[in-house]
Design a protein around this ligand. Structure first.
Ligand code: GDP
Ligand code: GDP
Length: 492
């Protein structure tokens, strides 16, 4: 992705190789008719665009999102055009500010568009004030659009630029979204900013950061990707709808999009949660009752894109059978863990259990079986809910977020080695004399937490030793329920 020296990514960054979910987000802002949609269309060309419909004051507003291509730059671009055109009177920005603020919160960069032919409009100043107030940290480029007629060297561009300075957001650039003039300038002003951002993200991802047992700032800006999986009819849609009803919702789809590109996202307690392919069951599920198993191939694909997986089970089925998990559910749970994802088990339809006996049975056998099928990960969170009655869904989200934060954990080498000295004296080695010596211990990666034990000599740690280290890490650093990886290297 970028040149790497001594474990650190350096410029130049190859944006075409960056995982889409990690790309920086640029939002296009400006009063109506300045050309946001025109610029959006130019940036994404014919690529897929997602449209989120957001019911607000009984008006539907659209935010389009797509992957922009500008030379060798790639970024996620949001077009906020639908926001203000829907508002009819009063201050446009006030009426939509809740929504726009959540869009801004997801964006690290903004392009503030002006209509150069109209001069500086009072609404431009209002947009500027609003941005200062609501997005003080956003990295912004001012672009004077519709400049094609002014590229004639007459000096009128300079006059316009002088006016645009009054906004106080630095040097404006001149562009024409319609003709494509000035795209090179847009590229040059965005490139260093996006590149710096990307390096930070990539280097964090690679584990060069210092201490901190939760996500650091840049990382936590990467949205939490959640996959809700389970067999048909366990209540996935019901759970999702309950979650979406309470929170501000942004849901696809739009004509012309493939089914696979349908995504949804929502805010939960101030955090953006991105749902990984709900299309599989959200759309198909209803019409086709089909087989009662889950597509393992499709689900696996989704697991790979998710950070945390919520596996939904049916409490009534469990109560009526001896085993709590069906074969395909076991396979998916194991895959989630093997792929290094955070796992949250959701036992739904608890309202259908009549009597304490059934209740107790379910509460007892699910944790037992989870422990049996995945002995390597202790403490996987299990939440008992009734999606239909709207009970427990917030707990699901708390566990999901908790798993995500643990999954992002970073522990400094200094702290780990203090820990290592203590923990080694706790471990009862099988054969004291023949025990391998762990010289030091370091975290090389987060998401999921991955550690390397450096050993002196050729002797390797046994399975038991590794299990002991994992268990101790979990207990001492509160990392329960998420997969942890430990590798070993010998240092002579
Ligand atoms: P939005 O409301 O900010 O999304 O603005 P639109 O993209 O819908 O554009 C508003 C109007 O300006 C449309 O009629 C566009 O064709 C026109 N427009 C957009 N960009 C340019 C440009 O670069 N030059 C000219 N002359 N017109 C433009
Ligand atoms: P999906 O196929 O996993 O998306 O399942 P649905 O959400 O469509 O739910 C399947 C059926 O189970 C529907 O009739 C729901 O009303 C019902 N259901 C979902 N959650 C609950 C629950 O918590 N309690 C009860 N009693 N029924 C539920």
């Amino acid at each position: 992705t970028a040149e790497k020296t001594r474990g650190l990514y350096k410029k130049p960054v190859d944006f075409t190789k960056v995982n889409k979910n990690q790309l920086p987000t640029v939002v296009l802002v400006g009063r109506p008719n300045v050309g946001k949609s025109a610029l959006f269309n130019r940036l994404i060309r014919r690529r897929e665009a997602l449209v989120y419909n957001t019911p607000d004051d009984h008006v539907t507003r659209d935010i389009r999102e797509g992957i922009a291509k500008l030379g060798d730059l790639r970024f996620r671009v949001l077009d906020s055009a639908g926001l203000e055109t829907a508002a009819s009177s009063g201050s446009i920005l006030d009426r939509t500010s809740g929504m726009t603020a959540s869009v801004l919160a997801r964006s690290q960069f903004a392009v503030f568009l002006l209509d150069v032919r109209a001069g500086l409009h009072p609404l431009d100043l209002e947009v500027g004030r609003w941005l200062r107030k609501n997005a003080p940290g956003i990295n912004l480029v001012v672009a004077m659009n519709k400049s094609e007629a002014l590229f004639d060297g007459s000096g009128s561009l300079m006059t316009a630029a002088t006016e645009a300075y009054r906004l106080g957001f630095g040097d404006p650039i001149a562009i024409s979204a319609e003709t494509g003039l000035g795209m090179q300038d847009l590229y040059e002003s965005l490139k260093p900013k996006l590149e710096d951002y990307m390096l930070q993200v990539l280097n964090n991802e690679e584990g060069t950061a210092e201490d901190g047992s939760s996500c650091d700032v840049e990382e936590s800006k990467l949205e939490l990707q959640l996959a809700i999986v389970g067999r048909p009819n366990v209540g996935k849609s019901t759970l999702l709808n309950t979650l979406l009803q309470e929170e501000r919702v942004l849901v696809g789809p739009e004509a012309g999009l493939t089914r696979d590109s349908i995504r949804a996202q929502f805010e939960f307690e101030g955090r953006t949660v991105f749902l990984v392919d709900t299309a599989g069951w959200l759309q198909r599920g209803k019409q086709e009752k089909g087989p009662s198993s889950l597509s393992i191939v499709q689900t696996r694909k989704n697991l790979m894109r998710a950070h945390v997986v919520a596996l939904v089970l049916d409490a009534e089925e469990i109560a009526n059978s001896r085993r709590s998990l069906k074969h395909d559910e076991v396979v998916i749970a194991r895959q989630a863990v093997e792929e290094g994802r955070g796992l949250v088990v959701v036992v739904n339809k608890m309202d259908l259990l009549r009597g304490k006996q059934l209740f107790d049975k379910v509460m007892e056998i699910v944790p037992q079986e989870i422990q049996t099928i995945m002995p390597q990960v202790t403490g996987i969170p299990i939440v008992f809910i009734s999606a239909l009655e709207g009970r427990g869904h917030a707990d699901v989200m708390h566990q999901v977020i908790d798993a995500y934060e643990k999954w992002c954990s970073r522990l400094s080498t200094a702290r780990l080695n203090r820990w290592l000295r203590k923990v080694m004296s706790r471990h009862s080695w099988k054969d004291q004399a023949a025990q391998p010596k762990v010289k030091y211990f370091t975290q090389v990666k987060a998401r999921p937490p991955t550690f390397v034990a450096f050993l002196s000599g050729k002797k390797e740690l046994s399975e038991t030793d590794i299990r002991f280290l994992k268990r101790s890490l979990k207990e001492d650093f509160d990392l329960g329920g998420i997969p942890i990886r430990i590798m070993q290297r010998s240092v002579e």
